[in-house]
Design a protein around this ligand. Structure first.
Ligand code: DAH
Length: 359
């Protein structure tokens, strides 16, 4: 092929290339290792000196012209692609659009806010304690001494003791009850607190996750008795489930930190395959409670002859499931966006008693 024909061919192919891939194929055919122009340049060495002097500038000029044409075409194709993309991505900002909620409040946070609202109305403050707790606060001070069988029931996550000294061993708190201890040791009675928060047990199936949530309640005052406990729990359950027809069943039970101890069931009924609060055809255990054991009061440096109180502990996840109709506890912690959008709450819907908590 003559140089002119090669030039005309290549420039024609560049002009006809309609995509970066087609253009690249033309470049390889002309300037690649085995390309037409590359071959011409390679052949220069074998020519006689006179001949080489004559054709070398011609080949060079050809190579430069083709390179420039390739560059120009590449830039043109890039601009065309950008224009096409901009046209495709065009958004008409003047069209009216519904507000999409960006994030939602998790049902656990929602229930904690609802509980705080209900109990604030009864004069309770919200207390907190650490999730990595001392063995003493989590067990011993709550009248669960070392070797007590109740420790085995808690499936505790133990931290490695510092320097092998068992007495300094920390635990992931197995319940919110150690907040009772911390509150009694740091505040003077009368005390009225709730303590919602995370707790940990080494347990996992459809109804148990290794991390879950509880709310603790504690009242310490003079002359407190079981009647106060029952009224408080009834008021709480009615407010939380927003039903007046609530029946509570108090069953004698045992907890090392309360005497007497009661477990509380709420009356329920089955409606179209789901359990609803109200009625008495079914019972669901929702919390443990009792009168704070005199030993626990004494462990916190208070005189049990002067101060009495009641306490309760309740699974928040279970409350949320019962109120909002979730069936699998594990879904709470899967961070599945579809689940969160379905069960989540609008961030501006702050629960208030007047508007109905969680309505
Ligand atoms: N801490 C207990 C648990 O996790 C629940 C509990 C029962 C808390 C009775 C209390 C109480 O305050 O009085 O199983």
């Amino acid at each position: 092929m003559t140089t002119d024909a090669l030039k005309a061919d290549t420039l024609g192919a560049i002009a006809a290339a309609d995509s970066p891939e087609a253009l690249e194929a033309v470049r390889v055919a002309a300037l690649g290792k085995a390309g037409g122009i590359t071959q011409l340049m390679k052949g220069l060495g074998a020519l006689a000196p006179d001949e080489r002097l004559r054709v070398a500038p011609v080949y060079q000029a050809l190579r430069e012209e083709v390179s420039a044409a390739l560059e120009a075409k590449k830039a043109a194709l890039g601009r065309a692609a950008l224009t096409a993309r901009l046209a495709a991505e065009r958004i008409d900002m003047s069209l009216p659009a519904a507000m999409q909620p960006v994030g939602t409040v998790h049902p656990i946070s929602q229930v904690m806010d609802e509980l705080s609202e209900i109990f604030a109305d009864l004069g309770f403050a919200v207390a907190e304690g650490p999730e990595i707790e001392t063995d003493w606060h989590n067990f011993t001070a709550l009248n669960i001494p070392p070797e007590h069988p109740a420790r085995a029931m808690h499936d505790t996550f133990y931290a490695r003791p510092e320097g092998g000294d068992e007495s300094t061993r920390m635990v992931l708190r197995t319940h919110t009850s150690p907040v009772q201890i911390r509150t009694m040791m740091s505040q003077k009675p009368p005390i009225r607190i709730i303590a919602p928060g995370r707790v940990y047990r080494s347990d996992s199936d459809a109804t148990h996750t290794p991390m879950f949530h509880q709310v603790e309640g504690l009242v310490i005052d003079r002359g407190i008795h079981l009647g106060h406990l029952k009224w408080t729990l009834e008021t709480f359950v009615k407010g939380f489930f927003e039903v007046d027809d609530v029946t509570l069943r108090l069953r004698p039970s045992f907890f090392p930190f309360t005497e007497p101890s009661v477990e509380v069931d709420v009356g329920c009924s089955w409606e179209g395959g789901t359990l609803k609060v109200g009625g008495t055809s079914s019972w669901l255990e929702i919390l443990g409670s009792g009168m704070v054991h005199p030993k626990v009061i004494a462990n916190c440096g208070l005189d049990p002859d002067e101060w009495q109180g009641f306490a309760f502990g309740c699974g928040i996840d279970r409350l949320a499931m019962l109120k909002y109709g979730m069936t699998d506890l594990r879904a709470f912690f899967d961070a599945d966006l579809r689940w969160l959008r379905h069960f989540g709450f609008a961030s501006l819907d702050v629960p208030t008693l007047s508007a109905g908590v969680g309505a």
